[in-house]
Structures are given as structure tokens and as C-alpha cells.
Design a protein around this ligand. Structure first.
Ligand SMILES: Cc1ncc(COP(=O)(O)O)c(C=O)c1O
Length: 394
């Protein structure tokens, strides 16, 4: 199905012995109640891909397709926009005003919320989510993008009314510059990654992401999934999926395998060390949403406790995986998946085809696998070039 390319498997020998739960049930209940009440909310589809499953040698393969989430192209609205609304509600509560997200969206308190500025760093999708949330709930947003974020992604953020600032050479630089500027200006950082002393907002972001996994598990029919492959940048999405799998299935839940670009394998390094370790500077990745060297320490707690393993996957597999999905295998419906969405599929395909990795992960003909298509064509030009002619972008 995909060329036999090198990959890196790191088993988590700390699973069940280190880390801690950081995503409490009450926080998820709050996020779910808020987001499901937003106008336009609908669960994204879970596609059954039996042709691809047969081609890869597993019993079932299902694809949670986030391309249509709130018209933003990725799952990220569930986190960034939710955290914006929550922050505005809390700001008003501190002034003695009890507001709902519906009140905020209707602009009932816009005279107060317009003086609030939220800020974030992004490689594209999180910034779009925060900008959308700020527009929808009536506050100001400033979004920091590093040098290699494409003009198309930056423009998509600006279209939601945010001020976009170029800052730093990497995502991790932009995170620091955003935090420094926000501290100076009195803005609130809505970050998808945490750092010492800054946890409440990234925790809320992850609680929002859990809705994606909760929907997928509710949509799943038949025997439950045995494996989940979920791609990671800072690890927030993976931590949310792992927490929701544990909340839904308990001890007998699916094995959760975190997939990263080989060049940005901070989660693998951290699972090996039992503590947050960044990936060293190296080449960039096509998987823009996953180009994060430093894991979120908060997400890592959940992943140390629950993740089965981390897989580092090669760049060369990205375009072939996107094309495989775009064409549909043996009658499967075609699926539009962006560069960062296919990492999980690549990890599954490479691990399944490798005897040692398949054995280590318990992957075989009876496996039922859930993949998260975390974005659609969020950079349409790049998508078109990669799917039609990957060499053009090599
Ligand atoms: C499409 C996509 N998938 C996955 C991720 C990874 O999420 P996290 O950074 O929470 O690990 C991102 C992050 O931006 C993303 O944009």
C-alpha cells in the first residue's frame, strides 16, 4: 500500500507506571456541553474503509474525518475556540456577569469583551481556531506565525479578523515570542501547549479535543477498536484521545500509538526518558501541524501514563498516503486528508508491514483500527500539488 520506508518505534515502558491523569471528567463535561450547544455543531463523520483495511491486513479501519469541523478544516476549533469562549466567560464572571457562549456569540457583552485580546502561536490550524473563536465571541486576536508557515495559512487566519504577526524561525520560537509579548501587553495567551505555571488554558484546549474522540467512540459499531493511531505535534490531541479512550473503555481500551514526523520526535524522546525532552534542531517537515520540537509537559503526563508507543514516520510517505486516501482503495469512499492528517495512517501501514513492529504492537489480521483525519485540505494549493504531483514539492 505504501513504500517500505524506514520508521522508528519507541515503546513506552513507563505506561501505567509514570505520568498522571490531567484531564478530569468534569472538565470534559463542561467542554462537551458548551461546544455541542454552539450553532453549526454536528459530529464529523466516521468513514469505514474496508478496502484499505484489507490492503493493510487488518480487520477494520475507520477514519474520523475532521475536514468539515465548523468549516475550519481541522479538529482544532474544538480546543482553541472553546478556550477563547471559556476565558471570556471567566473574565465576565470576575466582573459579576454570568454569560453563556450564546450570550457572547450574540454580542450581548461585546462592549466588555472587545477590550480583551487573546494571543497564540500557531503553525496554522490552532491560530485559525483561536481567530475564529475571537471573531465569533467578540474579542481581539493576535496570532504569531513562524517564518515557514505558508502565506495561504496566514491569510486564512487573517480572514477571521485576527492580526497575524510573523515571529521566529520555528513554532517553538513563536510560542516564546507570543508569551513574552502577551505578558508585556496584558493579553491572554490561548496556547495548545503548556509550560510550568501555565496549564489551565492548555488543559481546557485538550478537554475540547476530547469531543472528537468521544464522537468517534460513540459512532463506532461492532467490536471496539483494538488500536488508535493519532498524530502529535505538542501531544495535546494524542493526550485527549488517550484520556477519552480510557474514560470510555477502561483498562480494556485500545492501544494508543502516537505518531510524529521523524524530524520532530519529541514525544518519542520523552516517552523513552520518562520526562519532557525536545527533539534537536533538524530538517523541517511537510507535516506542518506536527512541526513542534517541544512536547507539552501537561499532555506528556497523560501520554506517559497511557500511550503504548510512539512512531516516527518519514516525509516520503506523506504524499503517497494522501493519494491513497484521495483515490479510495477498492471501492472505499475518497477521503480528503491534509499533510498532517496522514501521519497515523503512515504509522499503521509501516508498522503493520514490519514483523517486529507488528508483533510489538499486537497488530495483526484481527486488529480494528481507528485513525483520526485531523485535517482536510487546510492549505488547498499544497494539497493539490501533493496529491496530483508530489515531486513538485519534494
Ligand atoms: C492537523 C493536525 N493534526 C494534529 C495536530 C497535533 O496536535 P497537537 O499539537 O495537540 O499534538 C495538529 C496540530 O496543530 C494539527 O494541525
Amino acid at each position: 500500500m505504501l513504500p517500505a520506508l524506514p520508521f522508528r518505534l519507541t515503546l513506552n515502558r513507563f505506561r501505567g507506571r509514570a505520568g498522571r491523569p490531567v484531564l478530569d471528567p468534569a472538565g470534559f463535561a463542561e467542554a462537551k456541553a458548551a461546544i455541542t450547544a454552539w450553532p453549526g455543531y454536528a459530529p464529523t463523520p466516521l468513514h469505514d474503509l474496508p478496502g484499505l483495511a484489507a490492503g493493510l491486513g487488518v480487520a477494520a479501519l475507520r477514519w474520523k474525518d475532521e475536514g468539515g469541523r465548523f468549516g475550519l478544516g481541522s479538529f482544532k476549533a474544538l480546543g482553541g475556540a472553546y478556550a477563547v469562549a471559556r476565558h471570556l466567560r471567566q473574565t465576565l464572571a470576575a466582573e459579576g456577569v454570568d454569560a453563556t457562549d450564546a450570550d457572547l456569540a450574540a454580542g450581548h457583552f461585546a462592549d466588555r469583551t472587545r477590550s480583551v485580546t487573546v494571543a497564540c502561536a500557531t503553525d496554522g490550524n490552532h491560530g485559525r481556531a483561536v481567530a475564529w473563536g475571537a471573531q465569533r465571541f467578540h474579542c481581539r486576536a493576535v496570532v504569531f506565525v513562524h517564518a515557514t508557515v505558508s502565506a495561504g495559512r496566514a491569510e486564512a487566519i487573517a480572514r477571521f479578523g485576527a492580526e497575524v504577526r510573523r515571529a521566529g524561525a520555528t513554532y517553538d520560537d513563536a510560542v516564546r515570542l507570543c508569551a513574552e509579548t502577551a505578558a508585556r501587553e496584558g493579553w491572554t495567551v490561548i496556547s495548545d501547549t503548556s509550560w510550568p505555571g501555565y496549564e489551565e488554558i492548555p488543559r481546557a484546549v485538550m478537554q475540547g479535543y476530547r469531543l472528537m474522540a468521544a464522537e468517534a467512540f460513540a459512532q463506532w459499531r461492532g467490536d471496539p477498536p483494538t488500536h488508535v493511531f493519532i498524530q502529535a505535534g505538542v501531544g495535546g490531541a494524542a493526550a485527549a484521545v488517550a484520556a477519552q479512550a480510557a474514560a470510555t473503555f477502561g483498562e480494556r481500551g485500545p492501544r494508543v500509538i502516537v505518531v510524529e514526523p521523524m524530524a520532530f520526535d519529541g514525544i518519542a524522546r520523552s516517552l523513552a526518558a520518562g520526562r519532557a525532552v525536545p527533539s534537536p534542531p533538524g530538517p523541517d517537515t511537510l507535516m506542518a501541524g506536527l512541526a513542534c520540537a517541544e512536547p507539552s509537559p501537561l499532555a506528556l503526563e497523560e501520554l506517559l501514563l497511557r500511550a503504548e508507543a510512539a512512531l516516527g514516520v518519514p516525509e516520503e510517505a506523506v504524499a503517497p498516503a494522501m493519494r491513497l486516501l484521495a483515490r479510495g482503495v477498492r471501492g472505499d469512499p475518497p477521503v480528503v486528508a491534509g499533510e498532517s492528517a496522514v501521519a497515523g495512517l503512515i504509522g499503521l501501514a509501516l508498522a503493520r508491514a514490519n514483523r517486529g513492529a507488528a508483533m510489538a504492537l499486537g497488530l495483526g489480521p484481527g486488529s480494528r483500527v481507528l485513525l483520526f483525519g485531523t485535517e482536510g485540505a487546510t492549505d488547498p494549493d499544497l494539497y493539490a500539488r501533493l496529491v496530483a504531483c508530489p515531486e513538485a514539492v519534494a
